[in-house]
Every structure is written in C-alpha cells, then in structure tokens.
Ligand binder design. Structure first.
Ligand SMILES: Nc1ncnc2c1ncn2[C@@H]1O[C@H](COP(=O)(O)OP(=O)(O)OP(=O)(O)O)[C@@H](O)[C@H]1O
Ligand SMILES: [Mg+2]
Length: 547
C-alpha cells in the first residue's frame, strides 16, 4: 500500500512558518529587514504583551505597489532576486521571498502600503494566510501589523519562554539592527511604554553609545583592518568588561547580525582567552560573492567562501592591540608555606572511601594541577577536585537558602545603568533578586539601584553580576517556572562569588570548603551540572601497571 502522501497546502505553510517564525522576535526581525531593504529612514515598532497580542511596524520606505501586494504573501515571491546567480551575490537582507508568506500562515496580518510612485495604496487583511479583505488606502511607506501570533499553532505557543525573555528577544532584535544601521532611526514601545527611541546617529560609535551608554563606549578600543576587499572593525571591551558569560559578543557580517563560531573561536585563540569572556562588537564587510547567507532558515548563520581570510585578518587585528584584554590563567603554585603545626592540624587519618572526606586528607600528597584542579591522595586512591566548582556549589546553596552570614548594606547605594534589554529583564524579576539577597529597586531610565548584597558577594563586581543575571534570564530560562528562574539566578550569583581558576586557596580554606561541600544537597556537581570531583581507586591504578 502506498505510504507517501503530498501534504496539504496549509500544513506546508505551517512547516515553513515553523522554520522562519520560531518566536515573536523572529517575525519582528523579518519586518525590520523588509523595512531596511525598502530604504526606510525611520522604523517605528509597537508591541503588545510580548509580541503575541500584537506587533506593528511602521516604516517610511518605498512601499509596495498595488499590483504586488497580494504577491508579497505568496511563497517564493520576492522582488530581490531573480536568477540563480543572484543567490550568490546578495545585497539585500531578504532574498527568499518566504518571510511574509510564513508569518501570514500563523497570524492575523494587516498591511497598509503605498508605493512611492503611485497615487493610491492598498490595505490587505489575511487570517492564517488567506486573504479576507483587500481595499484601497492612502498612506506613506508600509505599516504591517500582526495579531494573535500562533493562534492556529498552539503548540508553538507552548514552546515560548517567559514573557520577560520573549520581550528581551524583541528588544535585542531592534538593538541589533539599530547597531548595524546607524543612519536609520528606531523607536520601540511595549505595552505603551517607550523602550527605545534612537535618533539617526552620526557614526557607529555614536549608535553604540545610544544603545549601551557612554560608560560602555569609554571602555572600548576600536581597530580596523582591511585587505582582499574585506574590512573588519573590532570594538573590543577592556578588562572592566570581562564577563563570566558571553554577553555582548556581537557579530555583524555585511550589516547582518549573525552567530558565528569561527569568528568567536579565532578571537579567543588570538587573544589566548581562557575562562573569562570579553565583550566585543565586530563588523565584517566583504564582497557579496564571498559569503553565503542561505544556510540557516532564519539567516542567523553564514558560510564564508574563504574562511582563512577571516581568521587571518582577525589574527592581525588582535596583534594591533598593545595588550590582550585578558590576563590568561596563571596557575598559582600550591602553598607550601604552612607551619609545622598547621601541617599537623591538617594531617588527619585517611579513611577508605570513594568520597572525599573533608577531615580525611593529608597534607603532603596534595598536588595543584592548575586551572582550579587539585589532586588529593587517599589511602585507597586519588581524588581530583575542581575547587572552583566546589565553591560554586557551596555558595549557590548559601544564596538559595539565605544561609550566608549577613547582608551588607552599601554605604553608597550603587546605581547600575543597563541597556534597554537588560533593564526589562531585571526590572521584571526584581522580586526574585530581592529574595536572593540583592536588595534592588527600579531607578528609572534603564537603571536600577542596589542597596544591599549578601556578604559572599562583597568582593564581586555587582554591575557584572546584574548583567550576567540578565543574560542568563534571556538565554536560559525555560518555562515561566518561578523556582527554575530563581535557581538560575542564584547559580549566576554563585559563579560571581566563587573562587576563580587562578585564585589561590590555602589548605585551611580548602578544609572549610570540603566540609561545607559535603553538607550541600549535591556535593558531586556544581550548580550548572558539571562534576566537582572524580575518584580513581588504587585498584584501578594498579591495573594500569598490570599489578
Ligand atoms: N516594508 C516593506 N516595504 C516595501 N516592500 C516590502 C516590505 N515588506 C515586504 N516587501 C515586499 O514584499 C516582498 C516579500 O517580502 P518577504 O519578506 O516575504 O520576502 P523577501 O524579503 O523578498 O525575502 P525573505 O523571505 O528572505 O525575507 C519583498 O521582496 C518586497 O518586495
Ligand atoms: Mg523579507
């Protein structure tokens, strides 16, 4: 019996929509790209709820002619390419002719548009991709509006993250295009509240300042390099902008915001970066035929025809910085300056156990292997411990269960300026932040004020923690599950409060750490799930030597 069936038109539409429209921000991205391709000078965006209720984009671009309007919603209908050759020589953000088609499949869409050279325009209303109404209209540019996104694909709706995360993605989308198009003004409001209002900028640096603030740009060092018709401009943050996560690592290729592991890994290698993350913006311009954007359904990735040219230029640009931004790890020698009595105090008897007994390690056979890993001899084997991970587990539980010693009230409350995206995320989760011991309030104008912190964070960089929390909230939170968000925020805080790979740890500190670790709910794993220690038995070791 025949098994293969041709799928219905409506199912095909939903499959295509699934690839292009993952979340509200994906639809917004397509609208912004279309406005930019239409030569808009100003793009206004109005969002309701987190994009599910409504996204409206108003541009002053060239508009669509009356004849073309219905075509724009058909699959593979585009004004941007014609021949196969064009696919490898793309000068517009769009080229596949499927964005409007896909978005229309999963929403109720209204477009009002008039072509610059025509006297009258069109208003078109579609539900689930079907044209319901078409009538003449008079306007300038294009206004496109979707309501009830995913109304006919409820499963997709379930996969969305919390409203604050979805909002953060919407804001990030606008920020990204604003960064690559300083000559265009952008406005964004969510639920009637102005989030971004960015006038035309004179330079890229001015645009970066409009989004990330003056304080941020003061910490950037800019270098430019060109060769083979390629140009790379790197805005690299200094030591103050080093973070424990990959926030603010932005890549633009031919003015398109993308993710690219080649560029990031080359930068890390060139700067010999280990266990800390620099912030940077990198803008790469290269001939259209040297790059393929047709590799990802949402065009988030690129393929370079000659990747070695990119790596070579990145290496060269990094050489032009007098000092790498990152002090690479310097494994501290293990402390050997203990007095005889301290040594005796630590020299407990060893118990045969697969677990590391805090009171059961002896002084002599401890070896610092570097990168926060130490080896501790036991009678029946050897334990490898990642003391940074151990410390993180201990502090995570202290923060989560509020069992740190005290809260420190800041003599001068600290105002932290955030970018609009970070601000939205933090403001909407201030309650949880307070529960975790960081007393903070909304301070208006993209800033929050910190009044008190748990003592275990006293040496940490508070602004860095807040930024990292925002990053975690955007990248990682799953369902709008309170407990989950709280744990993730606590894990981020713990990471900042913990020893770093190149921090020295004394024998006494190690002893305390091990005692505290054994009291935690999961002494085997750090809060991010990485193992804390590994035991290799003497029997196993003997086998290596055929004994
Ligand atoms: N805001 C706009 N202003 C003017 N023309 C527009 C606008 N939005 C869409 N169009 C027209 O509608 C066509 C279809 O848009 P759509 O986004 O579906 O495809 P595309 O941009 O050509 O390719 P892609 O699917 O890669 O985005 C475009 O080629 C363009 O001619
Ligand atoms: Mg498009």
């Amino acid at each position: 019996m025949a098994k293969i069936k041709i799928l219905s038109e409506s199912l095909v539409g939903k499959i295509s929509a699934g690839e292009v429209v993952e979340r509200p921000a994906s639809a917004l991205k397509e609208f912004i790209e279309n406005s930019i391709d239409a030569g808009a000078h100003s793009i206004h965006i109005y969002v309701k709820e987190y994009g599910i209720a409504e996204i409206k984009v108003v541009d002053d671009g060239e508009g669509i002619s009356q004849e073309d309007v219905p075509l724009a919603f058909q699959r593979h209908a585009t004004s941007k390419i014609e021949k196969e050759h064009d696919l490898f020589n793309i000068h517009t953000l769009g080229f596949r002719g499927e964005a409007l088609y896909s978005i229309a499949q999963v929403s109720k869409l209204r477009i009002i548009t008039q072509h610059r050279n025509e006297n009258s325009g069109t208003e078109l209303y579609l539900v689930g991709g079907n044209i319901i109404e078409q009538k003449p209209a008079v306007t300038k540019g294009t206004t496109i509006e979707i309501r009830d996104l995913f109304f006919n694909t409820p499963v997709r709706k379930k996969f969305l993250k919390s409203p604050s995360t979805e909002k953060a993605h919407l804001i990030e989308t606008v920020q990204n295009y604003a960064l690559s198009y300083p000559e265009i003004s952008f406005y964004l409001s969510i639920d009637g509240q102005e989030i971004l209002n960015i006038p035309v900028a004179k330079s890229l640096m001015d645009r970066i300042a409009q989004i990330f603030g003056l304080e941020f740009i003061e910490k950037l060092k800019v270098k430019t390099i060109s060769n083979y018709g390629y140009k790379i401009e790197l805005f690299l943050g200094n030591e103050d902008l080093l973070r424990r996560n990959r926030s603010k690592q932005l890549i633009f290729v031919n003015r398109r915001p993308v993710k690219d592991s080649l560029i990031v890994s080359t930068l890390y290698k060139a700067f010999q970066i280990k266990d800390t993350h620099p912030q940077f913006l990198i803008f790469i311009e290269l001939p259209a035929e040297a790059v393929d954007f047709n590799v990802h359904p949402a065009k988030k990735e690129v393929r370079f025809r000659e990747p070695y040219k990119i790596s070579q230029l990145i290496y060269r640009i990094t050489e032009s910085y007098d000092k790498p931004p990152v002090v690479s790890e310097n494994p501290a020698a293990w402390r050997t300056d203990l007095t005889y009595s301290e040594a005796l105090e630590l020299n407990f008897s060893v118990q045969p156990s697969a677990y590391l007994q805090p009171s059961a390690f002896s002084l002599q056979p401890i070896l610092e292997l570097g990168n926060a890993i130490i080896a501790i001899a036991q009678k029946d084997g050897i334990v490898f411990l990642d003391y940074h991970a151990a410390n993180e587990r201990v502090n995570f539980e202290k923060i989560l269960n509020k069992i740190y010693e005290q809260k420190i009230r800041l003599v001068f409350p600290q105002v932290i300026n955030l970018n609009p995206q970070e601000y939205t995320l933090i403001r909407e989760n201030l309650g949880i932040l307070n529960e975790l011991g960081i007393e903070a309030d909304d301070f208006g104008q993209n800033s929050i004020i910190i009044r008190a912190i748990p003592d275990i964070l006293k040496t940490a960089d508070i602004a860095g923690i807040i930024e990292s929390i925002a990053f975690t909230l955007k990248e990682e939170i799953g369902k709008p599950d309170f407990i989950d968000i709280k744990r993730k925020m606590a894990a981020t805080m713990a990471c900042h409060s913990s020893l770093r790979a190149n921090d020295k740890i004394t024998q006494t500190e190690l002893k305390v750490l091990l005692e505290e670790l054994e009291k935690t709910s999961d002494p085997e794993h750090c809060p991010h799930g990485r193992p804390v220690k590994k035991f290799i038995s003497l029997n196993e070791i003997k086998k290596w030597f055929l004994r």
